[in-house]
Ligand binder design. Sequence first.
Ligand code: SF4
Length: 451
Amino acid sequence: MSLGYYLDPLGCAKNQVDAETMMGFLQEAGWVAVADPAEADLIIINSCGFIEKAKQESINTLLEYRQTYPDKKIVLAGCLAQGYAQELSAALPEADLIFGNRDLAKITQAAALALSSPEVSCRVLVPAAIPAPDTSPLGRRPLLSLPGSAYIKIAEGCDNHCTFCGIPRIRGPLQSRSLSQVVDECRELLDRGIKELCLIGQDLGSYGTDRTGGVSELPQLLKALSQVEGRFWVRMLYLHPDKFPLPILELIRQDPRLLPYFDLPFQHGASKILRAMNRQGTGESYLALIQHIRAMLPDATIRSTFLTGFPGETEKDFQGLLHFQGQAQLDWVGCFTYSREEHTPAYSMKPRIPRNIAAARQRLIETRQIPITEKRLDRLVGTTLEALVEEPVPGEEEPKRQVYQARLRRQAPEVDGLTFIQSDTLLVPGTFVWGRICTRHGFDLELRLED
Ligand code: SF4
């Protein structure tokens, strides 16, 4: 009789791939994924440990499962588990086992250990880091994304050491997967009908630099994917602006399947703050990068992230960020307030910015971004574009008509606006359609199918 597990995936896309990978290993070991935790022999929480808020959410999730299922075996996996294993095993008896994320194949061992664990104590299994094993079920793993799309993690860890970030401590130094392994995984996913390959890592631009002494291999990877036959999209997420490999621009110009979509977390526009964040660029150099990208690829979409309230951020620095935002005219922007994280260099930096000031600056950035994003979207009205159908919108069906949620090349999963399609013919989730953008509603668009 197969054992059943229920996995709750928290955190970012990189953590989602870890969750899918653990599900792949469990599946290959005969475990069955169940949709209802009440049916499970084991509950696995794939936690996030990036910032305080996410850490708290992961702990609350564990406590809720423990309260609801007092007799079930629970494994706390993921970044929080990896980063704080010893502290958690002492402080959180609600978990039967704390499982680190450096060798995901060991999830089967962790599951067996958890099932055999005595009531009272919380055990720890934090395997040492290993390069991604060739035997891993990566291309065959269950997928948690919406139909047609999959994340492909091309590297683990990070060597950039931004002063506000705990990732290098949790995920370790940069470890790039072999180019052939990544291409094989992409081919396996395409053979399964995937249409959008979202390449992810902490910093895609640094791909391969851990084995080339600093030269990015991202261009080679894109060149190799360009050799693969078929109709699909390749989307790149998280390119550190200081490590942007310029040769990718020409490759993208030559192959329309390589999306001119750039997620560049600039974080700030004031050089003083960028220095304090251990970032090499300036507001001027970042604007020059944006101009260069748009000159090479006029249809480029640029998303970014800003951080307000970093220690030492004066009103003048913040005005520098606002000026940068106005000049950059980015398509999509996410803005967060600085979160003071233990074990990071910024933790002891001063003066600290009061939360209400950081939040007020965040709100101003968000307010100012609305008309910018809307203006960028308005340029699309009347144009004919390709969309990836994701799913029918529940409650939006009429006798002969259904509304579908979809995304354009310029809309990344989960973070950007959406495109909606009314159709009186059945659309298949995970397939491409063409149509004319007829109107915009806030950050969303409406597409009318071509006859
Ligand atoms: S690039 Fe910077 S912010 Fe991103 S994971 Fe690496 S250290 Fe953290």
